[in-house]
Design a protein around this ligand. Structure first.
Ligand SMILES: *Cc1c(COP(=O)(O)O)cnc(C)c1O
Length: 479
């Protein structure tokens, strides 16, 4: 076999050369994006056009243009006018540390395949556990995303609370979880995967402020019980995705304790407020949760995808996928914390702990406080700006960096306003100077923003509001 291609592919000199070129190119991109030198967040293309472009590129174009074309054809999260989805502009150093993982490629399932990242993972999850307020028996691990982490936590909950051994023997009883109707869809999906079915997802209505209405918990619990459903867990959102509103974790904790069910906190987005002296109050009661999920790629400046799943009592994390019904390892001599795949859904996973450790080691824990506090402050400020302008209506006073609002006009009815706001968002997307998203809440179409970039300023937000008004006027005239 001729192996000339392999020799080129693995050439360290090629790696060095291409690596330097790539870093230079990405540094230029960063400079342009962060400092407003590029005028667009997104160069919008229809999916079919994008598909045709890359098919053509594969056949005709010069390979040396590949990386720069990818940059051009993606959404620039480092641009301060990126105010859309909840993924962060990664700290460049965290991105660089990802390269280590990509090249060294230790698979992390067992200790021998990732000694440093395994030990580092323990240190980082201990750090997060103690920031939550958990004690010595707490344990955690990193896994691939909030979706998977929520599923894993609910599997742990079922194993811990339900008397029948569902993992080994299959389900016999009707089981259920309680969650606010505003929760992220992945909780619903997790429950379906676990075979709970529609009736096993007891949706608690939100109040006018889009927060779980905790005063209804007892009533819904008793109704489920009467219907023959054994509720084993309740999920609180910290915050819920669409509106950024935090559930009352203290109230949920008290309810879970009373009924001896598992309390899980989905803090994928805003669990990181444990690091903010100013906003820690949003997660009051989180230390009483049996499990907590926090995404690194949302409010902790890391590249996708890395999520911490923390357990107040570490034994439960060992029990999730074990064949035995009882599993007590924490603080015993047999605790093999270093064989990660026993506790994670994944077998192979990336060396993701390095990114967390790099940020902590290089900048100290203050970096997480700065990031969360800056963005939440700006969320509140944006809320005040919208409130003052009678062309706009806000869905609810923000509790985080997620702000939903819409353009309003007296002469228009609900459907016309929905259409108008949908068109405004489409115009923004096609123009590409800003990137924001949209959501429908209680039948009303809103523009949705998440301020993820700590270099977004009040000035950028003022310009966005002006732009929305301009588009609204132009669209209105067309009708
Ligand atoms: C983003 C989000 C998720 C999903 O997390 P992924 O990391 O995208 O899988 C779950 N819950 C909440 C509240 C979220 O904001």
């Amino acid at each position: 076999m001729d192996t000339s291609l392999l020799k080129i592919a693995y050439s360290h000199e090629n790696f060095r050369k291409r690596g330097h070129e790539l870093v230079d190119q990405l540094a230029n991109h960063l400079e342009a994006a962060l400092h407003g030198k590029s005028n667009k967040v997104i160069h919008w293309n229809l999916p079919e056009d994008e598909y045709a472009y890359w098919k053509g590129f594969l056949e005709n174009d010069d390979e040396s243009q590949l990386f720069s074309e990818i940059v051009k054809h993606t959404t620039h999260v480092h641009n301060p006018k990126y105010i859309g989805h909840q993924v962060c502009p990664p700290a460049p150093l965290a991105a660089l540390s990802g390269l280590i993982s990509n090249l060294l490629n230790n698979g992390m399932a067992i200790y021998e395949m990732g000694m440093a990242p395994t030990a580092i993972e323990r240190i980082m999850t201990e750090f997060i556990c103690s920031s939550i307020g958990y004690g010595d028996n707490s344990r955690g691990f990193l896994t691939s995303g909030g979706t998977l982490a929520n599923l894993t936590a609910l599997l742990s909950a079922r194993k811990a609370i339900v008397k029948h051994d569902v993992w080994n023997k299959g389900s016999t009883d009707d089981l259920g979880i309680m969650v606010c109707e505003e929760a992220h869809y992945c909780v619903d999906r997790a429950a379906k995967i676990m075979g709970l079915g529609e009736k096993g997802i007891i949706k608690i209505p939100a109040n006018l402020e889009f927060k779980m209405n905790s005063s209804l918990l007892e009533e819904y619990f008793q109704k489920a019980k009467k219907d023959g459903i054994t509720v084993f867990a309740i999920v609180g959102s910290a915050p819920s995705t669409a509106t950024g509103i935090y559930d009352d974790l203290k109230a949920i904790a008290a309810f879970a304790k009373k009924h001896n069910i598992w309390f899980h906190v989905d803090g994928a987005h805003g669990g990181a407020s444990i690091f903010s002296a100013k906003y820690r109050h949003t997660v009051r009661g989180i230390d009483q949760a049996d499990s907590v999920v926090i995404d690194g790629h949302k409010m902790m400046m890391m590249p996708t995808i890395t999520t911490a799943l923390l357990f107040k009592s570490g034994n439960h994390s060992y029990a999730t996928f074990s064949q035995q019904a009882d599993y007590l390892l924490v603080k015993s001599e047999k605790e093999d914390w270093y064989n990660m795949a026993k506790r994670t859904f994944e077998c192979t996973k990336t060396m993701m702990s390095i990114q967390w450790y790099t940020l902590l080691k290089t900048y100290g824990q203050g970096i997480f406080d700065e990031y969360v506090t800056t963005l939440y402050d700006l969320g509140h400020e944006f809320g005040e700006m919208i409130e003052k302008d009678d062309r706009f209506e806000m869905v609810v006073k923000p509790m985080s960096n997620i702000v939903c609002f819409r353009y309003v006009m007296d002469a228009m009815n609900k459907n016309e306003l929905n259409q108008l706001n949908e068109s405004i968002r489409q115009q923004l997307l096609e123009e590409g100077e800003y990137y924001i998203v949209q959501t429908k809440l209680r039948g009303i179409h809103y523009l949705r923003t998440t301020i993820m970039n700590p270099f977004t300023t009040r000035g950028h937000l003022e310009l966005l509001l002006d732009k929305v008004k301009d588009f609204a006027k132009k669209l209105h005239l067309k009708h």
